[in-house]
Structures are given as C-alpha cells and as structure tokens.
Design a protein around this ligand. Structure first.
Ligand code: TYM
Length: 376
C-alpha cells in the first residue's frame, strides 16, 4: 500500500491513518475546544485522553451533553470481538469508558460478539470465541467497573433479547447498503452480512428494557464507526434516538505506527503477557532513533514516529508536563532510545502486575456482571 494510503474497516486497519482525512471520509465531527470546555464545566476536569486528542472525533456528543444537562441520563455501550487475549489497544477505550461511567454516573452495556468472531475467523470455533469472551471479561472487570452499573453479555447467550431487536434492524438494511459500508463481496459468508444488526441491537437495548427512549453514547476506536452509521440510519425508522459516538485513534503497534494487531503478537502487549515477554517486546520496539549514538545527539530523535514515545503519550505518562519534556528531550538529542525503552518497560510491567492481580480477583466476580437469557 503506498505510504499516503490507508484503510479502516471494523475488521482491518492498514497503512498510516490520516485522521483528518478519515473524519472527512466518515463524516464525523472533531472534538473541539468548545466540547472540552463543556466537558470540564460538567465534570470538573478533562482526562488526558481527551486533552491529548486520543479521543478526537464524535457524532452527536454535544446532543448527549444537552440531554444530560436537561436531566436525561445517558447509557454507555461498548464491546469486544473475543478473538484472542486482550491487548493494551483494546483497554484504551475501556479505560476511557470507565472514566465516563464515573464522571456521569452512567450504566454500561458491554457486548461480547462471540458470534462475529466465530463467523469472521475460519480458525475459531464457537466454543473458542465463547471462552475468549469470559477471558476478556476479566480484563474489563479488572479495570474497576461498577457491578451495579455494568452488564456484560455474549451474543449467543443473550440472543433471546438481542435477536428480535437485530431482526428489526436487519429488515431495514439492504444488502447494497451493507456492501457499500463494509465492502462485502460474493465470497462473504451470509452470517457476516447479518452480523452488523447484532452490533446495532444493544444501542436500542436501554430503550427497550426501560420502555422509553434513552440516549446512548458509544465510546470506541474509530474502526467500529461503520457499524454505527447503519445503526444511526435505522434508529429513527424504529422510533429511537440515534446513538452518539466518541471515537479514539488507534493505540500504535510496537513495530510501527499503524494499529496494534492481535494477529501479530510482537506488535502488541497482551494483558496476559509475563513481565519478561513485555520487556522483550519493548526492547524490540520501533523507535524514532538514529542509527548511531552520535547522530542521535547531533540530530535528535523523531518522537512522532516512535512507538515507545507514543505508548507514553497514549497511556503511560499521565503527567502532561513530563510528556512534553520527554518529547523535547528526544528532539534535541538528550535521550537515548534505550533509556526510553527501560522507563516504559518499568511502567508497563508495573501496570501488568497490578492488572493481572485484579484479573485474578475478577474470576470470582464474573457472575456479578454477566447477563444471559439462554445457555447451551
Ligand atoms: P474489537 O475486539 O476489535 O475491539 C474492542 C475495542 O477496542 C478498540 N480497538 C482499539 N482501540 C485503540 N487502539 C487499537 N489498536 C484498537 N484495536 C481495537 C475497538 O474500536 C473496540 O472499541 N465488533 C467489535 C465489538 C463490539 C463493539 C461494540 C465495539 C461490539 N459492540 C460497540 C465498540 C462498541 C470488535 O470486534 O471490537
């Protein structure tokens, strides 16, 4: 793929994503200063992921805040396609979702699309995607979501509730609309064609369960937006509010700037990685460093293409002042890549230790979160 080209679909992200072009292409709105000021007025602060434009785009976020200010609480909805272990990129929107749950005292519905991953991945059986759903749920619970306000479900186990909603969606989406949005062709299995209606269904769940219209906000990386363009199209036809969205950029791959990929393990740190595995991956990471120490001192590094710097910027350096210093020190050649790698590895290992202990404890609490209406 030429260096100025990229592709973003829910199943594939390729190339160096130009986020300005992408928002224009998808027709989403940028998160601007007015939204940040409004967020601060309502919640008292602006989290780093918003300040740093990690969450950079939205659909109808202002409307969600209008409803909130009018006393109409919104419900959060997000999810995971359980095709393997969770990596740090997946955690990013969930960490932000947890922030939103606390800041707005919002309920969360969390969908595990075990059906999607069974349909999409030849190598995965239905029992494997079910197993990964429960494994990945531990990661979500480990982040500290409130069990009173958080409901996790697997599509295959909550189907009696979801399927009738998905049918209402599916009846209103033509094959040609789905093909235009997702690029399906005649070799696509028919389950995948229907699947988008299962991902739409939870956007209407709060309204259906409560018997009144409920505003819904979906935090996710921007790759999931195509599904919700369809959801938003059909919502008024079904008599519901359109769900609002807030989109993040992609947490970078350790080997370069494109999206972390679960299918290439060296590009990602998984929540189940040992400290040694995480350290080795970071030691081998792509940096913006020069070929010799002397060149690095003379010319400085290139933090904007450096996976190690990006890791700090996206997740591991919460202090804005320090993040700016790291960048400037790199630019003027005052830092060696080894130093940055060691510092990042220490932070990642500390995070993993804490997260893995919380994951262990989550084993006993999983049933406090799961809802189901049918079982094998
Ligand atoms: P999945 O499993 O591909 O991804 C789970 C969540 O993580 C986001 N994501 C990333 N965020 C930042 N950096 C990355 N490198 C990265 N890779 C993935 C995704 O955008 C997603 O938010 N079909 C969905 C599951 C789903 C869902 C939803 C997601 C069902 N309902 C509602 C969001 C909102 C999927 O396969 O996600």
């Amino acid at each position: 793929m030429p260096s100025d080209e990229f592709l973003v679909t829910p199943w594939e992200v390729e190339g160096n994503v130009d986020y300005n072009k992408l928002t224009a292409l998808f027709g989403t709105q940028p998160i601007d200063d007015a939204i940040l000021a409004r967020f601060k007025r309502l919640t008292g602060s602006i989290p780093p992921m918003l300040r740093r434009q990690v969450f950079f785009s939205h659909r109808d976020f202002n409307w969600i805040l209008d409803r909130y200010e009018a006393g109409e609480k919104f419900v959060l909805y997000t999810g995971r396609g359980p095709s393997g272990h969770t990596h740090l990129g997946h955690l990013m929107p969930w960490i932000f979702t947890k922030y939103l749950q606390d800041a707005f005292d919002a309920d969360l519905y969390f969908q595990m699309t075990d059906d999607e991953k069974f349909l999409q991945k030849d190598e995965l059986s239905a029992s494997a995607t079910r197993g990964f759903s429960y494994d990945n749920a531990l990661d979500l619970i480990a982040l500290g979501f409130d069990p009173e306000k958080t409901r996790i479900f697997l599509d295959t186990e909550y189907a009696r509730t979801l399927y009738p909603i998905a049918l209402e969606v599916a009846k209103r989406v033509t094959f040609s609309a789905a093909r235009a949005v997702f690029g399906f062709d005649s070799s696509t299995n028919i389950g995948m064609v229907f699947f988008t209606s299962m991902q739409s269904a939870p956007a209407f769940l709060p309204a259906i369960l409560s018997g009144r219209n409920v505003p819904v906000l979906i935090p996710c990386a921007i790759d999931q937006d195509p599904h919700f363009r369809i959801t938003r199209d059909v919502a008024p036809k079904m008599g519901y509010y359109k769900p609002a969205l807030i989109h993040s950029r992609f947490f970078p791959s350790l080997l370069g700037l494109d999206k972390m990929s679960a299918s290439i393990p060296e590009t990602s740190i998984f929540t189940t990685d040992s400290p040694e595995q995480a350290r080795t991956k970071i030691a081998n990471a792509f940096t913006g460093g020069r070929t010799t120490v002397q060149e690095q001192r003379d010319l400085g590094g290139v933090p904007d293409i450096c996976a190690v710097y990006q890791y700090s910027f996206y997740l591991f350096e919460q202090d804005d002042k320090r993040a700016v210093e790291l960048r400037e020190e790199c630019l003027r050649g005052a830092r060696a890549c080894g130093e940055c790698k060691n510092e990042l590895a220490d932070k990642v290992v500390q995070f993993l230790k804490h997260h893995q202990a919380a994951r262990e404890q989550a084993q006993d609490r999983i049933e406090d979160f799961i809802i189901r209406d049918c079982q094998e």
